[in-house]
Design a protein around this ligand. Sequence first.
Ligand SMILES: *[C@@H]1O[C@H](CO)[C@@H](O)[C@H](O)[C@H]1NC(C)=O
Ligand SMILES: *[C@@H]1O[C@H](CO)[C@@H](O)[C@H](O)[C@H]1NC(C)=O
Ligand SMILES: *[C@@H]1O[C@H](CO)[C@@H](O)[C@H](O)[C@H]1NC(C)=O
Ligand SMILES: *[C@@H]1O[C@H](CO)[C@@H](O)[C@H](O)[C@H]1NC(C)=O
Ligand SMILES: *[C@@H]1O[C@H](CO)[C@@H](O)[C@H](O)[C@H]1NC(C)=O
Ligand SMILES: *[C@@H]1O[C@H](CO)[C@@H](O)[C@H](O)[C@H]1NC(C)=O
Ligand SMILES: *[C@@H]1O[C@H](CO)[C@@H](O)[C@H](O)[C@H]1NC(C)=O
Ligand SMILES: *[C@@H]1O[C@H](CO)[C@@H](O)[C@H](O)[C@H]1NC(C)=O
Ligand SMILES: CC(=O)N[C@H]1CO[C@H](CO)[C@@H](O)[C@@H]1O
Length: 778
Amino acid sequence: MASLLQLFLHFLFLPFLLISSSSIAFSHQIPKPYVVYMGSSASKSFGLDAKIAESAHLQLLSSIIPRRESERIALIHHYNHAFSGFSAMLTETEASALSDHHGVVSVFPDPVLELHTTRSWDFLESDLGMTPRGTVPHQHSSSDVIIGVIDTGIWPESPSFNDEGIGEIPSRWKGVCMQGHDFKLSNCNRKLIGARYYNLQITLAGNKTLGGVAKGSPRDSVGHGTHTASTAAGSWVNNASYYGLAKGTARGGSPPSTRIAAYKACSEEGCSGATILKAIDDAVKDGVDIISISIGLSSLFLSDFLNDPIAIGAFHAEEMGVMVVCSAGNDGPDPLTVVNSAPWVFTVAASNIDRSFQSSIVLGNGKTFQGSGINFSNLTRSKFYPLVFGEDVAARFTPPSEARNCYPGSLDYSKVAGKIVICVSDDPTVSRRIKKLVVQDARAMGMILIDQDKNDVPYDAGTFPYTNVGDFEGNQILQYINSTKNPTATVLATAETARYKPSPIVASFSSRGPSILTENILKPDIMAPGIGILAAMIPKSTEPGSVPAGKKPSLFGIKSGTSMACPHVTGAAAFIKSVHKRWSPSMIKSALMTTATTYNNMKKSVTNSSNSFANPHGMGAGEINPLKALYPGLVFETDVEDYLQFLCYYGCSQKNIRSMSNTNFTCPKNSNKDLISNINYPSISIKNLSRNQKARVIRRTVTNVGPLNATYTAKVHAAKGLIVKVLPSKLVFSESVKKLSYEVSFSGKEAHGGYNFGSLTWLDGRHYVHTVFAVNVQ
Ligand SMILES: *[C@@H]1O[C@H](CO)[C@@H](O)[C@H](O)[C@H]1NC(C)=O
Ligand SMILES: *[C@@H]1O[C@H](CO)[C@@H](O)[C@H](O)[C@H]1NC(C)=O
Ligand SMILES: *[C@@H]1O[C@H](CO)[C@@H](O)[C@H](O)[C@H]1NC(C)=O
Ligand SMILES: *[C@@H]1O[C@H](CO)[C@@H](O)[C@H](O)[C@H]1NC(C)=O
Ligand SMILES: *[C@@H]1O[C@H](CO)[C@@H](O)[C@H](O)[C@H]1NC(C)=O
Ligand SMILES: *[C@@H]1O[C@H](CO)[C@@H](O)[C@H](O)[C@H]1NC(C)=O
Ligand SMILES: *[C@@H]1O[C@H](CO)[C@@H](O)[C@H](O)[C@H]1NC(C)=O
Ligand SMILES: *[C@@H]1O[C@H](CO)[C@@H](O)[C@H](O)[C@H]1NC(C)=O
Ligand SMILES: CC(=O)N[C@H]1CO[C@H](CO)[C@@H](O)[C@@H]1O
């Protein structure tokens, strides 16, 4: 066995050796991991025919791989529950040969996906408080909803995974609690009901399985998975805080008895797409109701839904009634950065919440400014320190432009020690984490960063006095330096501001629509808190200076990212599911979207972090409001057939669509991308409305889930010049009429060029069924 494993590892690492030592011309002949996706699993009997499928896949491989390299006739992962396929070491030539094979839908190199918050994203390491708005009431306390969290694993001892008072594990649960060297069977309980991890799990010809038994464990060593799982469904923990900050009750967004199953598919370096597919396959087989994925491909590498492991896995999960909630990505505020944008995925953007952490700056002249940031500063008002601007203390031969940005090596240490240093961010290549390390290394007393863009996401500087101000405050501080001979300042400890206004705002980092793959589906779908979220952490100090002197590492941590927003929506979906047990994923999604709010706590329209009005490309339908979503009145049902039509319109071949759905589905004639706007989705997006064309007509169907006798009337808000008509403008539901269709026509003759936004709301006096639209006028 050992020698086989070595052999495999040899293959795994061989490529790198070869690339460095031999001609690049042969690189397409070097084996690397590929995913081979083969559509629907023909045997829906869950595993019964696994062996047969496995040997068929091995046979397929052996028809492609030369006999002399038979060691490579091996499956790294084998998928046969929710869908069919495998991952294996292939050369480019072999991959291309396989992709032409009957029954193969797509073949693509195993991609590396990123966690939607990581240490390298310094601005995502931050503060604020949890408590999602519209939190979940106590009374709906019985719930059998099972959430599968695909992430970096789980820290089972966290108080957030305590199972006190939670009933028996639902009998339909078929998952496992895998053990590891540091993870025991008893680490699972009635809250954390399942845990899996993935090592190299290789099935060789002759059905031997090679597992990396030695080191694997579902335990989280990164913290990301523990944080997201506890946000989605953590038990209530009183007195949770981050060294006294964000104090309060930490809890998941779902009813207390929602269960968690952890699927560890990622490490700090990221996640293998092939492994994520395996985790989705397992989660569906295990019996989860909702899958939460705070992970995605980089927006730079998006090419096609059928090359995206999350899109593929989520399609089949959705097909089997399992909802998939994903983060939108952290590549904002640029447009066209949203990922996880397939219509069957629930795509979540990030907002702030009504809590802010501010560490004040007091200048020698008595003026005080509010900056944002978490610090464990030990400075006080009673002592001031010399204040300098980076460019005034540049090292020799260093351009001022580098010193003002506090580049590594740009500061004259002898002029910095013991002072508070001001740095700016006119060049984004050096992160604020690096700047802080530079200033700290120079033995400065503290740092003030002037950075308007990241001011909404406070940075956790540990014990180092640090604060971040916007341009306005920054300018005044710089003027003070100019106008004084011996400028001084101090940076005070972080204080918490509750009921912070405005909130929500769209987080600066949150990825924006439209989707690069298709602009005819509006993405992201929805927004939820993702700045400064307090949730369970692994109690390990990760960086020196991150734990205040004399304190133990915190059991809770404050993090930011769409990674943190996603599990809020997962929790909210579990909440809806616990009350409406028979609702399909698309009904739950619709309920959350049409009841989302587009107003902030100042009763004004939601803005972005630079005070401009936000639009659906930033916040989707708006900020989630789980309580309202319980009773949405009407819902848009999007079924598998809609998704198959979507694939036709998008341009997938009928052969592949049949293979994905295991049906004889026939693509509509004249399928084209414009028709995607007609998929029965709870929002509307039109990529191309020509000024000269007749009105564009979009069709939607709603299902009444409210009182049987109800009459709804339409109300439209649209950008000036865009003419929107609804037909009929009145919908009358009764005991016999549960579903009704309507048409919305858009005419852009007088509209301004580019995207026009607006909304169509159906009102019956009790419910507001709010649907947003985005129409690109050319
Ligand atoms: C391989 O599969 C065959 C038939 O499925 C089975 O009889 C045999 O025991 C398996 N061998 C191993 C080593 O698992
Ligand atoms: C919360 O912490 C305070 C002190 O920080 C303590 O007095 C109180 O008893 C704690 N409450 C609970 C429920 O643990
Ligand atoms: C703050 O704490 C650091 C050690 O963490 C110490 O070196 C420094 O002297 C302290 N400063 C003040 C003003 O107490
Ligand atoms: C400070 O003075 C320098 C030159 O003396 C000038 O370039 C800069 O604009 C001044 N900054 C402010 C904020 O007034
Ligand atoms: C906010 O919106 C305005 C107007 O659309 C835009 O110019 C600005 O770049 C946006 N800022 C952020 C941080 O999203
Ligand atoms: C598709 O049609 C063929 C021939 O009409 C039939 O034999 C087959 O069972 C159908 N497949 C499915 C999945 O319905
Ligand atoms: C927009 O639509 C018009 C007519 O519907 C078509 O002629 C034109 O090519 C489209 N443009 C783009 C960029 O898709
Ligand atoms: C709905 O209206 C019909 C006809 O007006 C009436 O017979 C029925 O009782 C009403 N149903 C409910 C639930 O109010
Ligand atoms: C967030 C935080 O812990 N801030 C600390 C900053 O430093 C002061 C003084 O040492 C503490 O009182 C605060 O708790």
